[in-house]
Design a protein. Structure first.
Length: 398
């Protein structure tokens, strides 16, 4: 998806927010109708019936008629598609859209092609009921049939065209690389490289902590609370931008440099869920907070390193060349003699084989096992290669 930064004037920002409010209102109404279904009642209205109801509502209410019918009908189409995806089992159940959090709408059809390039760095797009809005060109404008305009919590506007760029061609060298994802080292490669995803600096982390304490003392609904929330959102947006930039650069380098990319088959969504409460044995009506605090720190570390986004972008850029490997015991197995034992891994960084004495970085050793396609059973049998035609790349001892 090609995304560009929009720079609307203050008057057009208000018009864009109005369009976002209309799309959110229509979506929530459709969700309310759908959620009222019960077994003893008939089927809830579909898209055709909801579109007819929208026409009647636009006739009755002037504030709704002032908005774009294209935007409002597209919100109904998007909701109808979300319901179909939910019933198909590919997506989660549609949820409510909230003001300030879900600000955006979609334009589809001939109106999506009204984009004009003004210069080498600037262009403009004609948004229905809003007018021409300037956008910054960071790449060539794609030939897309739809685009989506969104506003983040910091107040930045973006325009994203619904088009996937072509995958990066394989170099043809036959090289295989294994990627081991971690919290301390974001991505360790079987070649010996250790990559770290940039986050907030120490000064920014201190400022974030102070702002969060300040937010706890602010009165709800006050202007000061709104300003503090905006300042916190800016810091989180800065960390998110750095993470996305690192993921894009890392995935591009891997797709260009290797024919096959092997990663651990991790379920990041399940790994970052909140843990079950730990009851206090002394007081059954209370829970111990230590377990939840530790798990929350691990969840933040996993999400801050972009585990899921890295694999997602790799599958987009190196389509058909990304293989998922069972991660069982890859960190306890020696990449030289294939001896598997818990005592092989001394700590987070050091791996020393108890059988052959091979010593290496623990993350790099796991990445070599992933590159070899080794899957170890719970009984610690001899590792089995998933692809016997490819040879692993052994890393040098650290």
């Amino acid at each position: 998806m090609s995304r560009f930064r929009l720079y609307p004037t203050p008057a057009k920002q208000a018009a864009l927010l109005q369009q976002c409010g209309h799309a959110r209102y229509v979506w929530n109404l459709a969700l309310e109708q759908w959620s009222m279904w019960t077994r003893d009642k008939g089927a809830t209205p579909g898209y055709v019936e909801q579109a007819r109801q929208l026409t009647e509502a636009r006739t009755a209410f002037g504030w709704l008629r002032a908005g774009s019918q294209t935007v409002q009908q597209q919100a109904l189409r998007d909701f109808d598609q979300a319901v179909k995806n939910f019933h198909a089992g590919t997506h989660r159940q549609p949820t409510w859209r909230k003001a300030g959090l879900h600000e955006g709408f979609r334009i589809v059809g001939s109106q999506a092609g009204r984009v004009e390039q003004l210069s080498r760095k600037w262009a403009r797009v004609l948004v229905p009921k809003v007018g021409w809005v300037r956008l910054r060109l960071s790449r060539a404008i794609p030939d897309a049939k739809s685009y989506r305009i969104t506003r983040d919590r910091v107040g930045r506007w973006h325009l994203a065209f619904a088009v996937l760029p072509p995958p990066i061609p394989a170099p043809g060298t036959g090289e295989v690389v294994g990627v081991d994802r971690g919290v301390t080292v974001s991505a360790a490669l079987s070649t010996g490289e250790r990559l770290t995803c940039p986050g907030l600096s120490e000064t920014e982390q201190i400022r974030l902590k102070h702002l969060q304490r300040w937010l706890a003392r602010c009165r709800r609904g006050s202007n000061r609370r709104r300003r503090v929330k905006t300042a916190i959102a800016k810091l989180h947006a800065r960390a998110g931008d750095r993470r996305k930039d690192w993921v894009e650069k890392t995935s591009t380098d891997l797709a260009r440099g290797f024919d096959v990319i092997r990663v651990e088959d991790l379920r990041v969504a399940q790994m970052t869920r909140r843990p079950k409460p730990n009851p206090d044995p002394k007081r059954p009506d209370r829970y111990l907070p230590n377990r939840r605090r530790a798990k929350a720190g691990l969840n933040r570390g996993i999400l801050a390193n972009g585990w899921g986004l890295l694999v997602q972008r790799l599958e987009h850029k190196a389509a058909g060349r990304v293989e998922r490997i069972n991660p069982a015991y890859t960190s306890q197995t020696c990449s030289v003699c294939a001896h598997c034992a818990p005592e092989n891994r001394k700590n987070q960084a050091v791996f020393r084989c108890a059988a052959c004495g091979h010593q290496a970085n623990a993350d790099v050793n796991a990445a070599v096992n992933i590159a070899a396609g080794r899957a170890v059973s719970a009984r610690r049998e001899t590792p089995v290669r998933v692809s016997p035609k490819r040879e692993p790349q052994h890393a040098t001892s650290a």
